[in-house]
Design a protein around this ligand. Sequence first.
Ligand SMILES: C[S@@+](CC[C@H](N)C(=O)[O-])C[C@H]1O[C@@H](n2cnc3c(N)ncnc32)[C@H](O)[C@@H]1O
Length: 316
Amino acid sequence: MTLKQALSRARGILAAGNIEDARLESELLIRHTLKISQVQLYLDLDRKLSLNQEQTFWQLIRRRLGGEPTAYITKHREFYGLDFYVSPDVLIPRPESELLVEMALDLIQNRPVPTIAEIGTGCGAVAISLALKLPRAKIYATDISALALKVALFNCQRHGVVDRICLLHGDMLDPLPEPVDLVVANLPYVDKLEMPESANFEPLLALDGGSDGLEKIYQLCQQVTDMLRPDGYLLLEIGQGQGKGVTTYLHSLFSSAKIKIAPDLSGIERVVSLRLTHNPAGDKLINWVLPENKEQAMNRRRNGHYEYNCLRQAGN
Ligand SMILES: C[S@@+](CC[C@H](N)C(=O)[O-])C[C@H]1O[C@@H](n2cnc3c(N)ncnc32)[C@H](O)[C@@H]1O
């Protein structure tokens, strides 16, 4: 059987099995079988497959038909024009998350030495894409999964940014040693009652956003105050239909911050951005408004209930 014949048959089988992009997926799987580039594939369409190669290829097609994502079979996924190693310990990076990178670059690239924290880095795709575009940036990338961080470390080494990205293990912002200019996060946002089929393969920890899918996002919003510098930004990837809930929640926490939603290429609200407004009188408020209860004010701040409106009034 020639490569062309194998591809055509595989495409038909995958399409009949309701696999989207059957053509692309069969090409990726045959290239993986033969370890060849896309150009080589198109040049060699009349080449004959050996029996061994045929067997391997049909085995991969069977795995794909069984629901296993192609990226886990080939152990690769392209993101922001870069190749990343992926394993079942990490979420396969999605094209829509490239918007997080684009927006982060827009917001932060003019700062002389921007400090960035990516929370829930997974395979490291977002943090590494930023590190390569922002050579002066100082970047922290955290994850609660130690196994995911191993994958991120491998990708940092592969892309030559191991000295530029500090990988930290822990819950949300806990492991950060200092406040940053930008917190960027694509946290799990799938409603736990609506897990997709891929949840059989992708880590639950990377998908399960609890009730309404918003538990982790809200947790981060509550904590972010202490870890954002004045004039800092928060960028959050969200799921379809979550925009209103997240912006309303953020407005309740940060009544004078600038909050916006950006759509992805399909027009779906995808990234919420929040900008804190700089107020040098910030610490004064704690001493001045609540002199007898500084401890309580500090707790409020730690818990994310810091009132930026009040800060502005205190500064005037
Ligand atoms: C949706 S995945 C995103 C991975 C990657 N940033 C991307 O965009 O492809 C969410 C990541 O958040 C991590 N995570 C889940 N809960 C967390 C928590 N409480 N603190 C830090 N990371 C968490 C998961 O382990 C997973 O790697």
